[in-house]
Design a protein around this ligand. Structure first.
Ligand SMILES: [Zn+2]
Length: 226
């Protein structure tokens, strides 16, 4: 049976639905809990500083960055970058997101294995993901299956990366929820909001993994039929 290249896009439908659902969940939870002030009155920026102090970390700085939900930790420069709303906001969402980034800082400080592995494979993954499409397109155009197979092997590095991202993200959120409670930044009633904000964000990584897995499956099916 000829596995049509364009028909194969239907295979991606579950991933597209999950991605849209997860991103809608992120936006709705964020907009809901960014309007609810946290009981400690702390901004995301203050919360991040407080958690750095509480963990005795003094070589990590906190900066404000542009955009919405652009918060991240840069381990190479040891900088936590918080979006303006998170840095200046004193909502349940602000401190939850700031704490999640602090979760990544702690992973880095403590040499959390999945994070170490993920950071070490970033250059390989970036290279092999871009190179994979070159081999696949070339292989399909010239009907040379070995090139397509090389492309598929290179693309699987992307799946490995998305897979190792899951424990990193879930663990950062778990650390965040522990810290928020231990340092009395949110009340026991507000922690439900924190959980919703963080688990919605984690779902986007699950959606990204599913997208890569189905993309890989699609490539394997296409190559078998060629
Ligand atoms: Zn994260």
């Amino acid at each position: 049976m000829y596995f049509d290249y364009y028909m194969s896009y239907y295979l991606m439908i579950p991933a597209i639905i999950l991605s849209i659902w997860a991103s809608a969940k992120v936006n709705s939870n964020y907009s809901r809990y960014s309007k609810i002030p946290n009981s400690s009155g702390m901004t995301g920026g203050e919360c991040a500083k407080r958690l750095l102090d509480a963990n005795g970390i003094n070589d990590v700085s906190i900066e404000v960055t542009g955009g919405k939900l652009t918060d991240h930790y840069d381990p190479s420069k040891k900088v936590v970058r918080l979006s303006e709303e998170v840095y200046h906001g004193s909502s349940v969402a602000s401190v939850s997101i700031a704490s999640h980034e602090l979760g990544h800082v702690l992973q880095h400080e403590k040499g959390y294995a999945p994070l170490v592995i993920r950071n070490s494979i970033v250059p390989i993954v970036n290279f092999s993901t871009s190179a994979s499409w070159f081999f696949i397109v070339l292989g399909l155009v010239f009907s040379f299956s070995h090139l397509v197979n090389i492309g598929i092997i290179l693309f699987s590095a992307c799946v490995v990366f998305q897979l190792i991202t899951l424990p990193v993200e879930f663990n950062a959120s778990r650390r965040a929820l522990d810290m928020l409670t231990e340092c009395n930044i949110v009340s026991s009633g507000e922690i439900t909001g924190s959980k919703k904000v963080l688990s919605a964000a984690a779902m986007t990584y699950v959606a990204a993994l599913l997208t890569s897995i189905l993309q890989l499956l699609r490539l394997v099916l296409i190559s078998r039929d060629n």
